[in-house]
Design a protein around this ligand. Sequence first.
Ligand code: F6R
Length: 524
Amino acid sequence: MDNSNSFSVVHNGIIENYQELKEFLISNGYHFLSQTDTEIIPNLIHYYYTKTTENTDKLLNAVHLACKDLKGSYAIEVICKDYPDTMIVARKDSPLVIGVGSEENYISSDIPAILSYTKNFYLLNDGDLAKLSKDAISFYDANLSPISKELKSIEWDVFACEKDGYEDFMLKEIYEQPKSVRETIGSRLKKNEKVNFDDIGFTKETLEKFNKIYLVACGTAMHAGLAVKPILEKLCHIPVIVDIASEFRYREPLIDKNTLCIFISQSGETADTIAALKLSKNEGATTIAISNVIGSSITREADFTIYTHAGPEIAVASTKAYTSQITLLTLLALYFAEVLECVPVEIVNNIKEELLLLPEKISEVLKDSSKVKEFAHKVYTEKDMFFLGRGTDYAVAMEASLKLKEISYIHSEAYAAGELKHGPIALIENGVTVIGILTDPYLVEKSVSNLQEVITRGAKTLVITNQELNTANYDEVINIPNTNSLISPILSVIPLQLFSYYISKEKGLDVDKPRNLAKSVTVE
Ligand code: F6R
């Protein structure tokens, strides 16, 4: 609230120049009760409100003037004593949606939060403002000129945003993966047909022009990029660079009009990923956004958008979004391969057939989680764990390690198994837990000997595999169905998602809302 208790503000984001604005307000007689950046906003609005001589739309004008002074990111909602029926909202670099009801309207940072009240939404663009009452909404651009907006209907099922009998959203979302992967495949891939990306419609000439592909994202979405790098390179013969968005955006990456940049984001609101996208567009690259949220900010910036259609993901730890991202990028790689005609048709067809079988195979993996649960029970008090793999198994190792850290608070590291003897093996001692992922027939022998090295040093081992191994060597072996090793991450990650889940449960932690983490990271 402001000093006069007339204005109340809710703010999501960070005001970067708040110190400067605070000093300005203090020099004008304002005082502050908190250290927050948010507190300057209602006071700044009060400042402009009392200065303005206009009588019409005084509140809207004051909010607009205040927003012009704010640097950083914000989605704000403002109410004022003098306008009891009005609410003003504004956004820049933070998500904000307006839900339309009957005799009532809603604002939220995210669609699922209000999906049980309405399926009709307006989405604000950066710099937009809106004035709401219970039965009217008007929109304004950054210059306060009135604008019109299209009402969007969101197809998500409200039950998809509820736990549906599961103890936690994360568990529900893990078990939804046969369905979410099937939805991602959708009508893009049908038996004996070419992969359909008419919505992108790249010609052979366009694809041949690209001399490199960047996959840019954060966290789990970046791990999805790592998992598909091998298949994209193999099927398209174009070098693929996977980059962390927060590194990419500050590194002056080598991109130009011959670069294809693909940005992966479940929420579509991740500040660093959006900034990386804007930078690539400025450098003339062709940009594709991969998102799970219809109309999210990233989809409004990119040249092309493709949706994962995994359904709402509520748990902070991403599970079904990851497998859908890999599925969608695999489809894209297959599509590129069919347009470019640079690999034998049999290779492409084999992956297409295997991809169509994945929903069934995921169900098989999910049928019995007892071994994972038991192993989680054995090791949940540990302080450190290691995940090892080669090729796509290494990408899964990284994702599994992130999952474990974020929801169980156990420190873990993922290593390419071949790197072990270049340093990390010094950390292996009696009783330490090592998890091996072995799904690539060409690399299995190598990984087996790496695991032997840790077993010799006393490690406890859990192995996820679709290969025939001498199981007596390991403390626990989880067998998963066989598939083409280029798409095996979609299967091999699942026992490891469950592993983190059960460890978190054993420790009595809040699985869906781990400490210090947010579902959408809308600030850098
Ligand atoms: C981990 C996790 C995060 C997100 C990352 C990117 O489980 O959820 O690492 O993957 O914050 O988020 P999006 O995909 O929304 O850009």
